[in-house]
Every structure is written in C-alpha cells, then in structure tokens.
Design a protein. Sequence first.
Lengths: 203, 203
Amino acid sequence: MNDKAAIDFWFDFSSPYGYLMAEKIDAIAAKHGRQVKWHPVLLGVIFQATGSRPPADAVSSKGKYMLHDFARSARHMGIPYNPPSRFPLPTQNAARAYYWLHGQDCALARRFALAVYLGFFVDDLDISSPEIVLEIAAKIGVDRNSLATALQSPEIKARLKDECDAALKAGVFGSPHVIIDGEPFFGADRLPQIERWLETGGF
Amino acid sequence: MNDKAAIDFWFDFSSPYGYLMAEKIDAIAAKHGRQVKWHPVLLGVIFQATGSRPPADAVSSKGKYMLHDFARSARHMGIPYNPPSRFPLPTQNAARAYYWLHGQDCALARRFALAVYLGFFVDDLDISSPEIVLEIAAKIGVDRNSLATALQSPEIKARLKDECDAALKAGVFGSPHVIIDGEPFFGADRLPQIERWLETGGF
C-alpha cells in the first residue's frame, strides 16, 4: 500500500491545458508512488467566485495566442489535439457523470474522464450534450439508462457543487490545478516543477 | 556574421517572469546562432490597449499563487530572487534609460537592463525612481548627468511610446513575450518550447 498522500488534480473538461495534464499526471505520480485524485469542476463557477476570467477568446491577441499555444503545447508534449469547433463548452453533465461513476468504479471513472477529454479535444464531440456524455460512457461499458437517471439526481448535482466549493476552499482559480502535500501548481506547463517536487520533496 | 533573424524579446522591468527570461534568453539564442533584440515596454499601456489585466495582486487566490510561483520558478531555474517590497512599479524611467543607452552602446544597455532587474528582484530597489535608475546606470559607468538630461528628452519619451505601439502591433499582451521568426512565445515557462523551436526550426 501507498502511505504517501494522494495528489489532487482539479480541472474542467473544457480546459485544453487540463486535458494535457490529464494525459500525463497519473504516470508521473505513479513513478513516485503516488495516487492522483481527479476532481472535475466547473470553471464558470470558479471564475465567478474568484472574479477571474476565462483565459482565451477568439478575437483578442491573447485569445489568438492561446488557441495557438494549446496546439503547440500538445505537440510539444506528444499529445494528439484537434481544436474543437465549439469552445469552451459547459461541462456539468460530464462532471456529474464522472462523480456518479466514481461512486461505482474508480478505474472506470478515470477511463471515462480520459474518453471525454479525447472526445472533445480529438474527435470534436459536443461534450456539453447529455446524449454525447451517455454515448461516451456507453462505449466503455457503462449502463446508459442508469447513468441517464443519475445525471438528474439531486445527490450527484450536490456532489459537483460540493467539489466546486472544495476547489475554491483549496485556492483553485483555474484549470489544471494540481496540489501536492499543500503545494499548488497551476497549468500544464508546471509539469517539470511537479516532477522535480515529487523527486526531491520540495525545492 | 549571423544571417538568421534576431529574436525579439518584449518585457516590462516590473515583470518577475520577464526577469527570469532576461537571465536566460541571450545564452539560449547564442547557442543557436541568434541575436536577441530587447524591447522594454510598459505593461500598463499594453493592458489598457488589450483590455487585459495584471496577472497578480496580493489578495486573490490567483494573486497569492503567483507571488509564490515567482519565487519557486526562480528556484527551479536557478536564478536569485527576493520578492520586492513594492510591486509592481512604474518602469518608464528604466525603459527610457535603456533606449537612450542603446543608442550609445548596445552592450552597455544590455548590462544596464540586467542591472535594473537585479536591482528590483534581488536588491529590492525602487526602480520607479529616476534617482535609483541613475544610480544603477552610474555604477556600470554611465555618465549620470547625460542620462538625467536624456530621461527628459522628447525623443526618448517618443521612442518608448513607439516601442509600446510596436509591441501591440506585434501581438504582445504580456511580459515576457518572445517572437522567433513570427512565432510567439508568452511566459518564462515557454523556454523549453523556445529551445526546441530554435533547435528544430519549428515543431
């Protein structure tokens, strides 16, 4: 068994840098004997509470740069990426599905999360749609009707709300946000620092 | 002589990540046979024109994170860093001094720029003050009276304004912003991508 504390990984399913982190963090953590707790949250809620703003839009020079940087960063990290035609998207259905699945089967929930990210950032699926979320889940063996019912349940809605509250309490202001033994790392570009932190226990 | 185009490096003297980039970019460029053109600009002007906002304040969770990340990123990159007690600061005096010196002696202007950054981010000097700027310059052999006169000259004020306009035209929205053959890189954390771009000619 593992006696080191799990790493917390906070993200929104609509976040390109969240996707890049999702593709890497488990393997890096495992190399250092760590588990990762995944926490999908809603950036809309986080931005509203923190007075922050989405980092990218399609028209400003910063927005144009970021769309360019998403793709270049993916190539730099060796991760497939196709710019989604609808972006960003609301992700409460995907996040609720994740938490319900996690209550049934952690490993399946992880596979679902990665499938949602690939669906959005490789296959250009509209992951805001409950139908698409159900389809992605069904493809990896989830019972479609049970999940459809769960997506409407007050418990699952409350769970996502609780996770957003917990994110804010933990100081999360964007996606991805990784916390290792209380040390926060924001952005997929902090992976080299994360690796070094795990190797050395802090620097 | 060097037939590859120079790299453009846009920065504000009050930008911690600009300082980290300034400590590294010349050596990395030189390894690949490139010169670097340094362009100090005023982030206040850039933010106002682009509708952007300063990334850090002292109270929000994002602001607190960034203050923490400045120091950790400096340690990660092996660069000395002491959080300035006054931050951020207006930098028009330092930037004007840079452009005047650059007209006299490029190499001296470069030494001055690095001395300003070290003055601010290591020795906690108030680099907004014309007196401090003159002192930093005098220490590396600049004639204090000539520089004091130059800081008031309409030509030097216009030069800084022109550089800010040129930055906006080049798509600059923050500091540091590096452009290699038209390819933009924002942030000191893009150094690994910059190195790879220079090595491979693009990826």
